[in-house]
Ligand binder design. Structure first.
Ligand code: SAM
Length: 191
């Protein structure tokens, strides 16, 4: 069985191809940004968001070290992505690694309402077959609240339009992270 981070990457590599546009909603130390940058290639585009200067700096160093020019880093919350990404830009995939910046300030964490707002912004732009992968860390203060609100939100998504997967090791101790992945299967049309 795949561990959580490798499985989160597998879920994305299955559906992202050369030239796609994708989002790292929480850049942190840049691991996921770099992974996405390699997946979409020179013709693709990665938008990366983080509210912390330190995270943007760390991610910038990672992508510069690998000469990646397909990444646009945005020092702002993912909940504000509508300011930076055109409404008609199609997104193939996105990842949210929730919680705090490893080796950073553990009191700065993702929050339920802004996370859900960003998920909704991406859902509107998601291609059919596109996926949003959430890696849910919930052991920190406020983590249980974010986990519960996200699960409630995702449980309620209409199965006609989205399929939602939860991937979790149920016998691990100490509130291990788990994955929630949302895949768009049909466009919502308004009559
Ligand atoms: N993906 C990262 C990596 O590969 O290293 C790890 C991300 S870390 C678990 C979570 C990050 O979310 C932190 O860097 C934190 O600053 C960021 N964050 C918290 N609230 C945010 C928000 N509203 N918008 C964007 N990033 C946010």
């Amino acid at each position: 069985m795949k561990a959580i981070i490798p499985f989160s990457h597998q879920l994305l590599s299955e559906i992202i191809s050369d030239g796609n546009t994708v989002i790292d909603a929480t850049c942190g130390n840049g691991n996921d940004t770099l992974f996405l940058s390699k997946l979409v290639g020179k013709q693709g585009k990665v938008y990366g968001f983080d509210i912390q200067e330190a995270a943007i700096e760390n991610t910038t160093k990672r992508i510069e070290a690998e000469s990646k020019e397909n990444v646009t880093l945005i020092h702002d919350g993912h909940e504000s992505m509508d300011k930076y990404i055109p409404a008609d830009e199609k997104i193939a995939g996105a990842i949210f690694n929730l919680g705090y910046l490893p080796k950073g300030d553990h009191s700065i964490v993702t929050k339920p309402l802004s996370t859900i707002k960003a998920v909704e912004s991406i859902m509107g732009r998601l291609k059919i077959g596109g996926r949003i992968v959430l890696v849910v860390y919930h052991g920190h203060q406020g983590g249980a609240e974010e986990k519960n609100q996200l699960l409630t939100y995702c449980n309620d998504l209409d199965q006609q339009y989205y399929q939602v997967l939860q991937y979790q090791f149920i016998n691990q101790k100490n509130q291990p992270p788990f994955i929630v992945a949302v895949e768009k299967i049909k466009e919502i049309t308004f009559h």
